[in-house]
Design a protein around this ligand. Structure first.
Ligand code: ADP
Ligand code: ZN
Length: 210
């Protein structure tokens, strides 16, 4: 089974992807994480992508397809995958058709103001990529998984947040119609568990086909 997760920045899409990946044995593919890994390794592709990312703009499609196709063609993806952060435009969705079949698209819904609020207080682990939020109970400023001090991503600063959400609204939301024949919608206003429950029920009732 291959899935796409749609949802604005701060909608809790990444957290939902982790839950699905764990319970359904699907590989989570986050193009943002792939770019950040490439930057950390000082690869050419990553360094080219970085300037766009820091501004909160989409990375050009050639670079994005290159990093996605490399990942998707690895053997572990044969058991199924969840795309988290790809596609983000109709152009990317059309390109995806050439390399994979998508069974379902899950759209995570959260109002704009709530997305901004969550992104502003979001903190990330530079070591393992885990995400935390300053407003969550038990927040210490250190990673809950590996203890490393958390940091604020450059693109989680106010100017980039605004750009990212605008790009999402304009370029990515048309995908909701594009995938209307295989769409499952969920609100992320509650806790991460509240968001996951209906999705888990939906996917479980498919009888884990494929
Ligand atoms: P967010 O969804 O919170 O913006 P991501 O980690 O998914 O964070 O992405 C970070 C940045 O990486 C994006 O702002 C963009 O610059 C780049 N990026 C990720 N996925 C794509 C994509 N599918 N197309 C173009 N750029 C992308
Ligand atoms: Zn960590």
């Amino acid at each position: 089974m291959n899935l796409i997760l749609l949802g604005a920045q701060g909608s809790g899409k990444g957290t939902l992807a982790k839950n699905i990946s764990r319970d359904f044995g699907l590989v989570q593919i986050s193009t943002g994480d792939l770019f950040r890994e490439s930057i950390a390794k000082k690869e050419k592709l990553g360094l080219k992508a970085k300037e766009y990312m820091n501004r909160g703009e989409l990375v050009p499609i050639e670079l994005t397809l290159k990093i996605l196709n490399e990942r998707i063609s690895k053997p572990d993806c044969k058991k199924g995958f969840i795309l988290d952060g790809f596609p983000r435009s109709i152009e990317q969705a059309e390109a995806l058709k050439e390399v994979a079949n998508i069974d379902y698209v899950i759209n995570v819904e959260l109002p704009y103001e709530e997305c901004v609020a969550r992104l502003t207080t979001r903190r990330t682990c530079p070591n393992c990529g885990d995400i935390d939020n300053m407003t969550y109970e038990g927040y210490t400023g250190n990673c809950r998984k590996c203890g490393t001090p958390l940091f604020q991503r450059d693109d989680d600063k106010p100017e980039a947040i605004k750009t990212r959400l605008e790009v999402y609204e304009k370029t990515t939301t048309p995908l909701i119609n594009f995938y209307s024949d295989r769409l499952f919608k969920v609100s992320s206003l509650g806790t991460p568990e509240d968001t996951y429950r209906p999705v888990k029920d939906f996917l479980s009732n498919l009888g884990r086909k494929k």
